[in-house]
Design a protein around this ligand. Structure first.
Ligand code: AMP
Ligand code: TRP
Length: 331
């Protein structure tokens, strides 16, 4: 049986990069798979965080995911801290994973910072918790961005080693699913930097909370260049801003970069930007409206997450029992 699991940190607002790079794929996978999606609040505390804002950020992320089209009647959506099996399985798997494996993790090296006391132990063991997230559900497929490939390999290594020690077939080594068009959305102010929630410039990203006017203004002010658009994708090679804007257009219009350029080649950004703004507003307006509606009803969001946690817990609990038996704990 195929089962999808994926996770996202409760960063509050979703931006266009999160949507095209991750959440849109989550929505699409519901058609073919049983899906379990998790807002990973246990992961969120591995870096300094604001305790007063975490619960609201978790709700906001739930609202964004639902507004984008995840259907809680079909799909399980929940927050990680509500299912204790994640932490319990993670602890067990800490004794399976080797420090040599974690020492190689690129994301840890990027995030570790320069604090004299070093990063938190949680940040170091973050990929083991991520492995537990996936393995607790015997998920077969994990949609993630390119940057998570290494964590998925670690989850596979942990599953294989666990099975070798305690019994074949206990844990299922998962496969990553990396979006085919490799949607990597760049900043509207700098075509060489990723669109990111941490960019201090609001104009660098389009948030799912932006109004139609705000979207149009940001697209109009987006950095571009003075040349006309080329006839094919090859002509975008040394034009990061042009490449990004055409890529966004193609992704939102559900077409290819070459198809966009077949239509727009030879024309400049003065003509292209209003069209891009229109496509962007058309794609995001329904999501934005639903997001605003859902956010106004925290009781409903909490109920969806609680319901999802109950269903998730019912899948993870028997797996955890098998794992505890396999390692020999007194039951
Ligand atoms: P983050 O907000 O960086 O934790 O990312 C959450 C999810 O959105 C991950 O699956 C990322 O791969 C994806 N994501 C974030 N920023 C971008 C971007 N600029 N382009 C494409 N995907 C992104
Ligand atoms: N580490 C992932 C990210 O930063 C989030 C995540 C946590 C995740 N647990 C997961 C993704 C399990 C896939 C499966 O994007």
């Amino acid at each position: 049986m195929n089962r999808v699991f994926s996770g996202i940190q409760p960063t509050g607002n979703l931006h266009l990069g999160n949507y095209l790079g991750a959440i849109r794929n989550w929505v699409a996978m519901q058609a073919e798979y049983e899906c379990i999606y998790c807002i990973v609040d246990l992961h969120a505390i591995t870096m300094p965080h604001d305790p007063a804002g975490l619960a609201q950020a978790t709700r906001d992320m739930a609202a964004g995911i639902l507004a984008a089209g995840v259907d809680p009647a079909r799909t399980i959506l929940f927050h990680q801290s509500a299912v204790t099996a994640h932490a319990e399985l993670a602890w067990t798997l800490m004794s399976i994973a080797r420090t040599g494996w974690l020492d190689r993790m690129i994301q840890f090296k990027e995030k570790r910072g320069r604090d004299a006391e070093g990063p938190s132990v949680g940040l170091y063991t973050y990929p083991v918790l991520q492995a537990a997230d996936i393995l607790a559900y015997r998920a077969t497929h994990v949609p993630v961005g390119e940057d998570q490939k290494q964590h998925l390999e670690l989850a596979r290594d942990i599953a294989v080693r666990f099975n070798g020690l305690y019994g074949e077939g206990l844990l299922t080594p998962p496969l990553p699913v990396i979006g085919a068009e490799a949607a990597r959305i760049m900043s509207l102010r700098d075509g060489t930097a990723k669109m990111s929630k941490s960019d201090p410039s609001e104009a660098s990203r389009i948030d799912l909370t932006d109004t139609a006017d705000a979207i149009a203004a940001k697209v109009k002010r987006a950095k571009s260049d003075a040349d006309v658009l080329p006839d094919s994708a090859a002509g975008l090679a040394d034009r990061p801003e042009a490449k990004n804007l055409v890529g966004i257009y193609a992704a939102l219009a559900g077409t290819s970069v070459d198809a966009v350029l077949a239509e727009w080649g030879g024309r400049g950004f003065g003509a292209f930007k209003p069209a891009l703004a229109e496509v962007t507003v058309a794609a995001l307006a329904p999501i934005n409206a639903e997001y605003v509606r859902l956010r106004a009803d925290p009781g409903h969001l909490d109920a969806v997450l609680r319901g999802g946690a109950a269903r998730a817990g019912a899948i993870a609990a028997p797996l955890l029992r098998e794992v505890y038996n396999a390692v020999g704990f007194l039951r």
